[in-house]
Write a protein that binds this ligand. Sequence first.
Ligand code: FO1
Length: 335
Amino acid sequence: MNTMTYGEAANPAVPSDPDAIPPVNVVALLGGVGGAKLASGLAQLLPPERLTFVINTADDFEHLGLYISPDLDTVMYTLAGLVNPETGWGVKDDTWNALAMLARYEAPTWFCLGDRDLATHLLRTQWLREGFPLTWVTQQLCLLLGVRQTLLPMSDVPVRTRVLTDEGELAFQEYFVRYAWQPRVCAIRFEGIEQAHPTSAVVSALRGADVILFGPSNPFVSLDPILAMPAMRRILSAVRAPRIAISPIVAGQALKGPAAKMMRELNLEVSPVTVAAHYRDLLTGFVLDHQDADCAITISTQMSIRLLVTDIVMHDETDRVRLARETLQFALQQR
Ligand code: FO1
């Protein structure tokens, strides 16, 4: 059972918890499944009004007329306690009647939309068609699902990841889901990025943050779209809050998804050193796994970044809370 360390009534008879996290404003930049795990760990340590998650929307796409926002949904379902624990995305205990009917119509079924999950996409699409921005739509969905933390799309302007592969250029979900990230990646581009800007909600959250975290998400397709928006690096460099990234690479492998395969195909070493170097001018600290402790010297000598070496693989809820706690304690030492 996890210990809730926030919001407990002060009782002088009970010694204060030395591990308690003070009420600080934390903003985390996140992609999908890895980001959602960190978000759920943070959610057990801080009151919801202290937590803002800025989420990649460059994976979003239109499918069968519906607007799908996979990373927003993954974080939202996780925090609502609704996520499918087997996949890390979609809704738990979902059924697949609509998908089976689509198959009968010989419609595309490579992107698996569960019956319950469909409700989210239907409502989001309807509200977007009525003219509401994605930020507002996300806020409403979260409110209705009882998610009290703030989930912010990185932008209300559409950005779409395009993956240039040996089999041609693919829309991100085609590359990721339809072709199960098998085509060889040559380059990645973000369509619409020049026009995209972080929303005013994202900018104020970053300016008011005491700590900024970069989740253990794919640097190239989950966090780069957030960081590639023209104003973003300038805003991040100007804030005084500690900025800490958690490695998505452990012992030469990605925690999830194609990050390691992409690194090999882009002729980069599959190592936390590559990840730290990728963000280097934006970071004050970096968290890597014990199994990569030999990288610590390289990172700390070549880049002026402080390091935390710990267990970063999140197998269960206890791991999520422990990693979130250690990362916050590490960040707070830097203030
Ligand atoms: N990922 C899959 O690998 N296969 C799917 O069929 C699939 C469906 C899906 C439906 C809704 C949703 O919100 C997410 C879904 N995902 C699926 C996950 C998702 O597309 C990827 O994990 C992310 O885009 C990468 O972060």
